[in-house]
Design a protein around this ligand. Structure first.
Ligand code: ATP
Ligand code: MG
Length: 411
């Protein structure tokens, strides 16, 4: 008989009381329906690691949506259901809980979305990516707090190992390659040797994954605390090259990501900036290739293209004689993110200085006179007005005029 491990005191210690009493109540309601309820996935992993995780995922051997409807009658949460997946989300105060029906998955072919049917908790754990994520805790009162660990996840947590559940795991779903690297680097773990071998063997399977799913994995990586660690590891194993052969997860990238992070608040990872820096070494053609492989949304693609256009202007921006109005003209039509990426990535100190001047000061400068002022001064409506405003702006930027009076004189 395997030893029974009960985590109820860890739950009580590490999770907010309000969530704990919700889970206990939900366990009772499920039991009264003759169903078993479990806490699953990342939150169980992090409970065992002693780390905070308020991302609560529950799995019921039964009907998640029916159970969710019964629960909201008790705690008045807002409910969102996805009948197609038989899942529900409950939200109240600052809490959010996901509820899913235990399911088994089979993969008709590599990389395809699985066919899904209701199943037991055992089959639900078997479909998961990594042993450390394939853990569950009973919430049903008769077994409350008991750990279900069918694949040695707790041992792997102890030995800091990332391990898949079976030999075909990466073939079934190659996004698990990226997920494995992400958790390895986040947790400071190691890929277990057989998993590492299978990962290398299955790298070509990344081609079977749709752009949307690969993009999603990349976004998750860029939201990590240190995405550069994952990208470096991905480069070392040849996984990054599958995204695009010209991408680099090197020391340069790590340095620039670090600098980019300093510019943003800790709870808002600068995902757009990271992406601009990651694609910085790419040519326009390579950018287009990546944009279509990942099916990047328009705005994101625009930041990448913009970053490359500014990069092409760096030789001009590195001219020490450049006047402020000329710097303005070179930069003002580009997105601030792309400009910031270049201020970090350019290796010309003068270009960086000019870009910084634009970001800190020039972009906020406006003439004191408006179009209406000009009309009042007797200038006929039409393209002239725009031209004069442009001239006034440039004079302002270059310090030739400093106040309204100067501007009127110039007009
Ligand atoms: P975190 O949110 O801290 O990154 P998590 O474990 O909650 O960790 P999610 O991405 O929210 O990760 O996924 C929830 C659970 O779903 C995971 O724990 C894992 O068991 C399972 N899962 C997610 N993606 C896959 C996948 N591609 N293949 C198998 N199981 C997966
Ligand atoms: Mg999660």
């Amino acid at each position: 008989m395997p030893e029974i491990i009960n985590l109820s005191s860890e739950i009580k210690k590490q999770l907010p009381a309000e969530l704990v009493s919700f889970m206990q109540m939900a366990g009772k309601v499920a039991q009264s329906r003759g169903e078993n309820l479990y806490l699953v996935g990342g939150v169980v992993r992090d409970l065992l690691l002693g780390q905070t995780n308020l991302d609560i995922d529950l799995v019921v051997e039964g009907d998640a949506i029916e159970l969710a409807h019964q629960l909201v009658q008790i705690n008045q949460a807002k409910i969102t259901t996805h009948p197609h997946f038989n899942t529900a989300k409950l939200q109240w105060n600052k809490w959010s809980v996901d509820l899913a029906t235990a399911r088994s998955e089979t993969y008709a072919k590599p990389g395809a979305l699985p066919s899904v049917k209701p199943g037991s908790i055992d089959s639900d754990l078997f479909r998961r990516d990594l042993t450390v994520n394939a853990l569950a805790i009973y919430l049903t009162p008769s077994h409350y707090g008991e750990l279900i660990d069918l694949y040695g996840g707790r041992d792997d947590l102890e030995h800091k190992l990332i391990r898949i559940l079976h030999e075909k795991s990466f073939t079934d779903d190659a996004t698990r390659i990226w997920r494995g690297l992400r958790y390895e680097q986040r947790l400071n773990f190691q890929l277990e040797p057989t998993t590492l071998e299978l990962l290398k063997r299955d790298i070509p399977m990344l081609d079977t994954i749709s752009g949307d799913r690969i993009r999603h994995e990349l976004e998750l990586i860029l939201r990590e605390k240190c995405p550069e660690k994952v990208l470096r590891r991905a480069q070392e194993l040849g996984v990054l090259a599958k995204l695009h052969p010209a991408l680099k997860g090197n020391g340069w990238l790590a340095e620039k990501f670090g600098q980019g992070r300093q510019l943003s608040s800790p709870d808002q990872p600068p995902v757009g900036l990271y992406l601009a820096l990651l694609t910085y070494p790419l040519t326009s053609d390579e950018n287009e290739h990546l944009i279509s492989r990942l099916r990047l949304p328009k705005l994101t693609a625009q930041v990448i293209r913009d970053t490359a256009s500014i990069k092409a202007k760096l030789p001009s921006l590195a001219n020490p004689e450049l006047t402020p109005s000329r710097i303005y003209r070179l930069l003002h039509s580009h997105s601030p993110l792309a400009i910031t990426a270049n201020s970090l990535a350019s290796d010309s100190p003068i270009a960086r200085q000019h870009i910084q001047l634009f970001l800190d000061k020039l972009r906020y400068i406006k003439p004191a006179l408006t179009g209406n002022d000009l009309k009042r001064m007797g200038i006929a409506a039409g393209p002239r007005i725009k031209e004069i405003l442009q001239l006034l702006l440039e004079a302002r930027l270059d310090g030739k005029v400093t106040n309204k009076k100067d501007e009127e004189g110039l007009v």
